[in-house]
Each structure stands twice: as C-alpha cells, then as structure tokens.
Design a protein around this ligand. Sequence first.
Ligand code: CA
Length: 434
Amino acid sequence: MRKIFASTFLIALIITFGYVYKNFHLFEAKYAEYKFNKSENDKLTRNKAIAKNMSKGVYQFENDVLNYKEFSLKKLGIELSKDMDEKPIGYFDIYQDKIFLVMFDGSFYLSNSLSEIKNDNFMFNKIIDSKEDIKLHPNDDLSYRNIKIRDILIHQDNVFIVSNNSKFDKAKDDYTASIKVLKGKISDYKRNIELTTFFSTDEKYHGSKYEIDWSHTGGRIVHYENKDYLLSVADFHLKPYEFLVNRVSSDRSIVGKTLLINEDEVKLFSKGHRNIQGLFNDKKNKLIFSSEHGPTGGDEINLIQNGKDYGWPRSSYGTLGYDFKNHPRKHKKYGFTEPLYYWWPYNCAPSEITIVSENFIKSWNESLLVSCLSGNHLNGTSFIRFVYNKNSNKLERKGQHYIGDRIRDFKYSDKEKVLIMLLEGKKSFAFMYK
Ligand SMILES: [Ca+2]
C-alpha cells in the first residue's frame, strides 16, 4: 500500500515538475503581473518626479545631472498634418554636426549646429520638397501605409532613405508593400537633392491579400564596411502563418531578413527577423546590434551575424495573445540564434539603438542605449541602458530611464556629447547633455 502511494506520489511530482518546467514562462508572467501591481504606484510617482525635473530642464541620473531640453516641431516651423496620425513621425541623422530630418510626408529639413542648439538657438530650414516615391497619397488615411519613410542614413556625402514603397495597384484595387532605398548627394542640399534608386526589388505583397500590418514594413539601414550597407526588412506580418514561415525561411525572399547591399549586388546576411526597429553598427568592436518587435512579449535585442537565423516566426519568447499554434520559445534547441536579451511578458517596443561614450556620462562608457515607443506596463516611453560583455556574449540590463513619450528616433553625437531624441507624441526634439 505504502509502495503504491509512494510511486503515485512520485509520478504526480514528475508530472507537476514537467508541467511547471514547460510552462515556466506562464509562472514568470504571473509573477511579473504581481510585481507590476505592487510597484505601479511607486513607479508612477517616480516618473512624475522625473517629468517635473525635465520640465525644469534637468535630468537626474544616479551620480550625474544633465541638461534636458525639448523643442516642439511646430514652433520650429516644421509642417505637421491636420488630419493624420503621424506615425512614424520621421527619422533623423547627424550631418556636419547638424540634424538632418526627414519627416513623415517626405520633406527634408536641416537644422543649425548642435552647439547652437545647446545654447537654445534651434532652427530648421526646409531644404527639399518631397519626391514622388516618398510622398503621401491624399486619399489614403491609413498612416503606417501612407507614410513611406522608415529610416534615414547619412554616410560620407550621401543620404539614404528607406521607404516601404507602398503603392496603389489599380488592377487589383489593393495596395502593395515592398522596400526601396533611395540615395542622393547630401552636399547638393542648397540646390536640390536628386534621389535615385539605390536598392529595390520586384518582390511585393498585396495588403488585403496577405493581411499586411503596415507597421511591419520598411526597415533600417546602417553602413557596414567599405561600399556595403546593411538593410533590414520586416516580415510584413504576412498571413497565413505557413506562408510567413515559407517567406522568412526562404533565402530567395527579402521577408524577415537583413541584406548586405551596395551599388552592384545584394547578398543575404541574416534571417528570422520579425520587425527590426533599431540597427547599430559598432564599428570599433565590429558588432551589429538590432532591436526587434515581438508579438506580445518577445521584443528582442540581437547581435546580428552573417549567416545566422534568429528564429522568427518558428521560435519567439512572445506568445500570449498571439494565435500561433505550437510555438516554441527556445531558439538554440531548434537551430536558431538566441537573442541577447528579450522582454517577457511586457514589451518596451524598442525603436533605435545607439552607443554612448564616457563623454556623455563617465560611468556609461560603451553603454548600449535602446529607445522605446509606448511599450506596456510602464516598460515603454523610456530608454534602457545595457552593457555588452564580449567574452561572455551577454547583454546586461543596467537601468530604465523614463522620458514620458514615444521615442521614434534616437542618436548620440560624441563630438557634441549630446543625446538626441525625436518624440512622437509631443512632436518634439529632446536633447540631453552635460
Ligand atoms: Ca528571435
């Protein structure tokens, strides 16, 4: 009798242990919910105090106090929409210590110098009317489809614009999504920057047919080395699931990839990406970091390496509320590369990545800063500091810094020691510096 009882107990224990092990993330989520409910008020109070400081022009870090300044785009003379949700509002890069901005409607602006801006003298000049390729369609009220701009890069004497290339196909009465990179000579800004096609593809997807989510179109671009650039392409949120798997896995498709591109050729670099929103090439250490949106939970920071598969959509740490069947979390087990960091169960909705030096904050040398959009459960509207350890290949999270708005784009100028943010909710530029 005792024997039967003991073995029944043992079997029950094994089953329970197996269940807990397999569903550990659900317990993790429950615990995170418990922790969030307990700490929510404290966090809100702390954020309020930070916002109060920010309105007084200061940002307090652990051992450092920095200047914090915000300037509204409207007051800077930048044209906004009367009837449209400007998402994404625009992207910027730094050109000769000035801000080069491309707005949602495809217009370009150039600011005065960062050193002048730090002295409260901030101006923008509109330098170009939008080109046909990146113009808004007057009759399209879906902002993520109508707004084509997804990134800007300035490298040497060239400006690169990434577009989702959305176009209306009259024959099929449907919009198509693809990706295109336009290139122009930036030194021509006083006359007119002629944009030509740097990269395009015949591969395109009809919006209604594949139920495209237009926030999953376009990509980021960075300079890789020599004449090569690295371009990320989102997964278009293609449906059905089997079709998405087919496209992301296929070496012949652009969907869910990073591509190495130059004037003459295109090469597959990595695959298994859902929606890369931030890309940074740390040239000093020869490391490429990406930030990627997951479904519900499952946002990732990845170290992008040639030939690797990052798992989407077959592996993801985001699961809840998403209709994927048989959805494994682990990556390595299935032959994919594990993310350096992932969010679970709540996302920060990362947007861009940058690396700061000790010139910004002394103890922050080579810190990776990741900006966030809204996110959820107070994980978003902030930037997050990480430190990457090359030897252990681990990304250590150091802290979250509340900004109180969706940070759409994010750059650091080491020359001027200033962190620059484009805030999508307030429609403002924000600056942080000593
Ligand atoms: Ca992944």
